[in-house]
Design a protein around this ligand. Structure first.
Ligand code: TXA
Ligand code: MG
Length: 320
């Protein structure tokens, strides 16, 4: 897969300038992007996804200087930015009073979530458009996140009601789970969503971090919505075997795990990075009519495993 041409980037920038939506790759997942300064574009993101308007969006920016036009960065924010931007880290920061951003991106809060992505195509789009880009994952609200262009097409077969102008296709997303969301808007840092930047890595810089991700205790991030990242089939965790009409999603050696009409393995060698990169694509591939569910083997709850298990628990949660 080759990166988009200059012409494709120009078409995408033009679409953004006209208030249309563009799907683009980041290192984590594909985003459904719109001009964060344009109310209509931001409203269209919520409409295309079927996303509740109380759930705010992440604003993608090319560098720290651009972030400081919209958000107030304190010493802690600069320390994290120095280490992890560009990269899969989102910071929730106080929103500047004069921020030229739609109020809808913050869902009316006085904070804004910002991130400087590392993916070359995301960076090229930010440069070419010169706009702050609001972008949630490019899936229908509550569904499995997209890590390849085909997933975006599957999620929006009618182009999100004609709102999605184009998909900047550039292969698979290397990280595969969404960015770590860290709230630095208050006195104490709070981890709102686990990602590939782990609590240990954050605590090495900032000291103790509250882990606010306790499902069902008030919504700050949609991580807090119980059911999310859900395939069509029911998901069963910590499986020691699979029924003959179930799919098995393995991790590490799985030859002693019996059953499974279809079997895939997130990482036969037990590598959490490989497992994260495969997670959403494999959930999609196993989500087939005729099967009764997806049984998932245990994944160690450390490092990147925390983010993988967070997504899997929500995929397995009771559906609304
Ligand atoms: O990796 C990612 O972050 C991807 C790519 C496209 O960048 N984007 C993504 O966006 O995952 P989304 O909308 O699916 O998740 C955004 C998360 C949600 O948990 C949302 O509640 C939280 O960030 N969030 C956004 N703004 C916030 C704010 N002002 N306060 C608290 N949480 C916020
Ligand atoms: Mg999402």
């Amino acid at each position: 897969m080759s990166p988009p041409t200059t012409e494709a980037l120009a078409r995408a920038s033009q679409a953004l300038a006209q208030g249309k939506l563009v799907a683009f790759p980041t290192e984590t997942v594909y985003g459904l992007g719109g001009d964060a300064g344009n109310d209509q574009a931001v409203a269209d993101i919520f409409a295309a996804k079927g996303r509740p308007s109380f759930n705010p969006l992440i604003v993608h920016l090319p560098d720290v200087a651009a972030v400081e036009r919209y958000a107030v960065m304190d010493e802690r924010a600069h320390q994290m930015a120095d280490l992890y931007w560009p990269g899969p880290l989102t910071l929730v920061l106080p929103r500047r009073k004069d921020a030229a951003l739609s109020l809808l991106v913050s869902a009316g809060l006085d904070t804004v979530a910002v991130r400087v992505p590392r993916h070359t195509t995301a960076r090229a789009l930010l440069q070419a458009s010169g706009r702050p880009i609001a972008a949630p994952s490019a899936n229908r609200s509550g569904h499995v996140s997209p890590t390849a262009p085909i997933h975006v097409r599957e999620e929006f077969p009618d182009g999100g009601g004609g709102r999605l102008a184009l998909i900047l296709a550039d292969g698979r997303c290397p990280v595969g789970v969404e960015s770590t969301v860290l709230d630095l808007s208050g006195e104490h840092p709070v981890l709102l969503r686990p990602g590939s930047i782990t609590p240990e890595e954050i605590e090495a810089v900032l000291g103790p971090v509250q882990r606010a991700v306790t499902p069902g205790t008030g919504i700050k991030a949609p991580g807090m919505l119980e059911s999310h990242y859900a395939p069509g089939l029911p998901v069963r965790l910590n499986a020691l075997n699979a029924a003959k009409d179930e799919a098995l999603l393995g991790f590490g050696p799985d030859r002693f795990v019996l059953g499974g009409a279809e079997r895939l393995n997130l990482s036969p060698t037990g590598d959490l990075n490989e497992a994260a990169a495969n997670l959403f694509a494999m959930l999609r591939r196993l989500d087939k009519p005729g099967l009764s569910g997806i049984a998932v083997m245990t994944i160690p709850d450390v490092g990147l495993g925390l983010a993988i298990n967070d997504r899997l628990r929500r995929a397995a949660a009771p559906r609304p």
